[in-house]
Design a protein around this ligand. Sequence first.
Ligand SMILES: [Zn+2]
Length: 450
Amino acid sequence: MDIAINNALIIDPKNKVHSKLNMGVHNGKIVEITQQKLFADEVIDGSDMVVSPGFIDAHMHEGDYDKASDSFQLGIFEGMLKMGVTTAIGGNCGSGPDNPCEYLDAADRLGLPINLALLAPHEQLRKKISAADKYLPVGIEDIHAMKELAEEWLHGGCIGISFGIRYIPGIDKRELHIVSEAAVKNRKIIAAHIRDDAAQVMASIDELMEVADCLHVPVQVSHIGSMGGYGQMDEALAIIDFNRSKGLDVSADCYPYTAFSTCIGETTYDDGFLERYRTAYEHIEIADGPYRGKRCTAELFKKLRVEAPNTITIGHVMKQSEVDKALIHPGILIGSDGFMVDGKGHPRAAGTFPRVLSEYVRKRKLLSLQEAISKMSWLTAERFGIARGELSIGCAADIVIFNAEEVEDRATFENPTCSPKGIEYVVLEGRIAVKNGRIIKRNLGRSIRK
Ligand SMILES: [Zn+2]
């Protein structure tokens, strides 16, 4: 036996397991779950610990792969691993690698800190047909060329297609539906950063629901907290539930923060954003560059939007009660929406999963431990059709071991990469990647293809 974890509370939402037991791992797989004490090369005392399926991030933004040096930007992946994430879904919001299959191949060749599944990013499809203006629709031949390329990427193992309709307003119904048709063959998922938020969120969700209705593919509304967290959440969730009741395979994900993050040059900040979010410049924080840590004024905002449009900002504009509604809804998955560029970004990249456990389970008691783990593992695996997220005998041993009384996010807006507390061990395919909260192996992850 390679690893034995004794006397731990084993929580496995798929099999509805919630008991103190002992677990044995050998050759990458879970081989035993028993009341008998186990012996192995590495024995972990699980007293006071929870053993859960490794967390699965339903929505993240992977680091870049540099072909010249044949290497990845690892920051985001290491942040994920330290949170207990063993698999993440990347390529979101329409943005991602310019060649996702090449990226997945590099992941298999070099190894990553976690396993990674990729969506085929629509923005890259548009780049391939040289569509220069994001505000303009493209012609039918170009749309078909994009669909063909999407089919190729899906054939190469991408688990679905992502759109960033918000960021490319020129996407019309024709483009959205025809490119999405590429996903019909193997019923792969369509995920989207929908067209608009706040007061327009309902119409924007409807637009995506229509794709599920017409094409009978699973559809995912990305980071719903930052789309409808301004007073529209009841209605936004009701639209998804209504469609689910009709039999459509639709869902959403959410991160446990009341601030979003995007670049200052994005369409999010087009004219009228103050009214839309019922906010003021002072709620927009600069997270990057010489003004890092400063709150905006009208002057600073206008200056950076023109002179440095790629400046990362944090918008402290969502309502806690609205984010809570999404996060505790039984059909909503946890997705960090994490990204990291040179250690800068939003704390969700290094805090999301421990934060759900500390804020929503332990402190505010809005979710049971079982419910939270389910939203962070099994439900997500099931949703994206990946063979992970469970602790059944014979399954890949992707496991997180944490102290439920101590687990806590420590990443902040000032220090967004700070490691969490209480995530003691992370195991990827039967090999220990995190031990006593520290990364000891950073190349155990591989591509997850479908
Ligand atoms: Zn997005």
